[in-house]
Design a protein around this ligand. Structure first.
Ligand SMILES: C[S@@+](CC[C@H](N)C(=O)[O-])C[C@H]1O[C@@H](n2cnc3c(N)ncnc32)[C@H](O)[C@@H]1O
Length: 226
């Protein structure tokens, strides 16, 4: 993406990014950390672990972006006492100039994780890296549409740009491809709760739940592969 990207500060004090050419942000302007923590950690990772009490969790993230979801998940792995194998897709990695300015670790929830955050961004693409004894990271510089995996995933963080900005990410064919990579009883979480998206998920055989969204967003979606 040869777009200009600007750092913004969201309402909880954490940074996000704004892409003027798309008129789109990477996170909710009501709070980047607050949104990620609610949608992906609380309603995704914590929910899945509470339900299945797994030893290992395989996560696939669509859109590594700032690395915020990955860092929060790394932190959560030790809190939940699970081992996370985290695969993340990003065809348009951020420059060092941008990611080194992000202030996520100023938030008490991520205090002390500065080095880990830099290490995540600096880690090689297409390689699995043991970040901690509970968290391995595999970054792939590839679009979801071109990604294939023999791994089955337990949890999908579907964090693409909104359907109004990047409609192709939310097409039933793409969602069906994601479904094929999920283990049975795996869940997909996303901030999007659009009617057509929910109908498409149901048509693909997901059990769809509409949950309360983070501040500033009425609803979000969690879908289970049944
Ligand atoms: C809403 S942002 C969220 C990023 C990230 N999860 C974060 O917390 O910063 C969407 C991300 O999807 C990435 N993206 C765009 N097209 C994609 C594609 N075809 N496949 C996977 N990711 C894509 C963008 O570059 C961007 O980083």
């Amino acid at each position: 993406m040869d777009h200009e990207i600007r750092i913004i500060t969201t309402e909880d004090g954490s940074n996000s990014l704004f892409v003027p050419s798309m008129n789109e942000t990477y996170h909710s302007t009501h709070g980047a950390i607050t949104e990620s923590q609610h949608v992906f950690i609380k309603e995704g990772l914590q929910h899945y672990c509470g339900l299945h009490k797994p030893v290992d969790v395989r996560i696939l993230e669509v859109g590594f972006g700032t690395g915020l979801n990955a860092l929060l998940s790394l932190k959560e792995a030790s809190d939940l006492n699970v081992t996370i194998h985290y695969t993340t897709l990003e065809p348009f990695p951020l420059t060092t100039e941008i990611f080194s300015e992000l202030n996520f670790c100023d938030n008490p929830i991520l205090a002390g994780f500065e080095n880990m955050f830099a290490e995540m961004h600096n880690s090689l693409w297409e390689e699995s890296v043991e970040m901690t004894n509970r968290f391995s990271l595999h970054k792939s510089k590839v679009a979801l549409q071109d990604f294939d995996s023999l791994n089955g995933y337990d949890l999908i963080y579907f964090d693409a740009f909104a359907p109004s900005k990047q409609a192709e990410m939310w097409e039933p064919e793409v969602l069906g491809k994601v479904r094929d990579m999920m283990n049975s009883n795996a869940i997909l979480v996303t901030y999007c709760a659009r009617g057509q998206f929910k109908r498409d998920l149901s048509a693909l055989g997901f059990k769809v739940e509409t949950l309360d969204g983070p501040p500033g967003k009425k609803e979000m979606v969690r879908a289970m592969k049944v």
